[in-house]
Design a protein around this ligand. Structure first.
Ligand code: PXG
Length: 457
């Protein structure tokens, strides 16, 4: 309960007067106030009018264990009383940070047994850029400095993470694309692979990396960075042929492979990490969101023995954040991981809820006249909206079809995100089959209403 009580109109007016919203056109608030969320429990949030809304996005793809979990609340309370803050700079450390590193080392794939802590996924990716360039300098290859990302890749909003990502609007705002960043196509078969099988397209999309490396010269390329399944770009699961080919290319040219696990990590795909779902062997992995289920800001970079060896030779590592390895955030992350294990949430997603979610999407949503494709994996879904189901023709982007559908969902009590002309979902891992049914029912009713709005018969 907030210490101040106001009505919805007061909250909204104050918010619009004083607060700039991330990724929001301020003009939106000329006609509508923000949704003011005041409390949450399980898979649901409540707004300032007392309305109960199913959170089909788990906040921003992060509240994996659901809201209101006592174990996480108690862990933060206890840690705050014991040691609310100390830093891990210079030669200091704290027990929660040490313990979290140990627990993470047991969960991460391969020899990713070393960790650097940050407060956000953006900072984790910035850290990787500095760490990897430093690594290659130490290895005597300072010219290996270029990072290759993908179009529609999202790696955060700091200047370097913006450059690494492939979001055109972000590059355009404030001339934000730094030198030393290149991009290849995203492996979206529906958008980029017309006339090819998924398998053939998967290989082709991966080979775009080889072409880019050859164009730049392997001696100049530091790393390739990609999400196992692209999230913010619209939930794009690559064809099965994609990751093995990417892995082959990275090995061949000694280009480090960075799997951005910020969304896919901590059970979203029915495995601890997306890399395990696709057999990816990354050299580095940023993780955030599900690490603490969003209860406190914390993120980390996991990195391999090879990188560690380089860093040990490299002298002073001149990098860090005041709140790196914050003891309270680490204690909450530990409680979160324990809860995921105790409740067997990964197994539940893998064996029960994800297969059910996919079955319901494929049986009930894919056939809808407004839907061109249902995609995703685990508890991640992307629903492509189309003007013409037969040809796959899209709407004029100015018609904002997905935003309309999103608004219809919200009116009916469901939060989903609109990305381009797709609807995306990423519910809490604790979602039940009955709640999945509610999600699907509301989505279908909203698609029906959107089809009416758009005049699609
Ligand atoms: N990598 C990936 C793969 C992400 O999805 C980040 C890095 C950056 O993390 P931070 O903690 O700095 O935000 C992200 C974040 C959306 C949306 O709705 C997606 C993200 C953040 C906010 C909104 O698409 N992803």
């Amino acid at each position: 309960m907030s210490s101040v009580e106001r009505n919805t109109k007061e909250w909204q007016d104050l918010d619009v007067a004083h607060h700039l919203h991330p990724f929001t056109d301020p003009k939106y608030f000329d006609t509508k106030g923000p949704l003011v969320v005041t409390r949450a429990e399980g898979s649901y949030v409540w707004d300032s009018n007392g309305r109960k809304i199913l959170d089909g996005m788990a906040g921003l793809w992060c509240v994996n264990v659901g809201y209101g979990r006592k174990e996480l609340i108690d862990a933060s309370h206890k840690q705050m009383q014991e040691l609310a803050y100390y830093n891990v700079f210079f030669q200091s450390s704290t027990p929660p940070q040490i313990e979290l590193s140990r627990v993470l080392a047991e969960l991460t794939p391969g020899d990713l047994n070393h960790f650097f802590f940050t407060n956000s996924g953006s900072e984790a990716n910035d850290t990787i850029i500095r760490m990897v360039r430093h690594f290659w300098e130490v290895e005597g290859k300072p010219e290996k400095h270029i990072f290759i990302g993908r179009t529609l890749g999202y790696h955060g909003s700091t200047l370097a993470a913006t450059s690494l990502g492939g979001m055109q609007a972000m590059h355009d705002m404030g001339k934000s694309l730094l030198p030393g960043f290149e991009h290849i196509m995203h492996p979206h078969h529906f958008a980029n692979g017309k006339g090819q099988t998924r398998e053939v397209f998967g290989i082709k999309a991966a080979q775009a990396l080889e072409e880019k490396i050859l164009e730049l010269g392997a001696d100049n390329v530091a790393a390739f960075v990609a999400e196992p399944v692209q999230g913010a770009g619209g939930v794009i699961e690559p064809p099965a042929t994609y990751w093995p080919e990417i892995q082959r290319i990275c090995k061949k040219y000694d280009v480090l492979l960075v799997a951005d696990e910020v969304i896919c990590g901590f059970g979203r795909l029915g495995h601890w990490f997306g890399s395990q779902a696709y057999g990816i062997e990354p050299d580095l992995m940023p993780m955030a969101k599900g690490l603490s289920s969003g209860y406190l800001p914390i993120a980390a970079v996991a990195y391999s023995a090879r990188i560690q060896k380089g860093l040990q030779k490299g002298g002073l590592f001149s990098h860090g954040y005041t709140y790196s390895g914050h003891p309270v955030a680490c204690a909450v992350a530990l409680a979160n991981i324990k809860l995921i294990k105790d409740e067997k949430l990964i197994e539940r997603v893998h064996d029960e809820t994800a297969p059910y979610f996919r079955k319901r999407l494929n049986e009930a949503v894919a056939g809808h006249k407004l839907v061109g494709e249902v995609r995703g994996a685990g508890l991640l879904a992307g629903v492509q909206l189309v003007k013409d189901k037969k040809t796959g023709e899209l709407f004029d982007s100015a018609e904002n079809v997905a935003v309309r559908c999103r608004d219809h969902c919200l009116e009916r009590g469901l939060i989903m995100r609109a990305v381009g002309q797709s609807m995306v979902a990423s519910p809490p891992l604790i979602i039940t089959k009955a709640e999945i049914d509610d999600m699907i029912d509301i989505l279908i009713a909203s698609l029906d209403q959107t089809a009416k709005d758009m005049g699609v018969a």
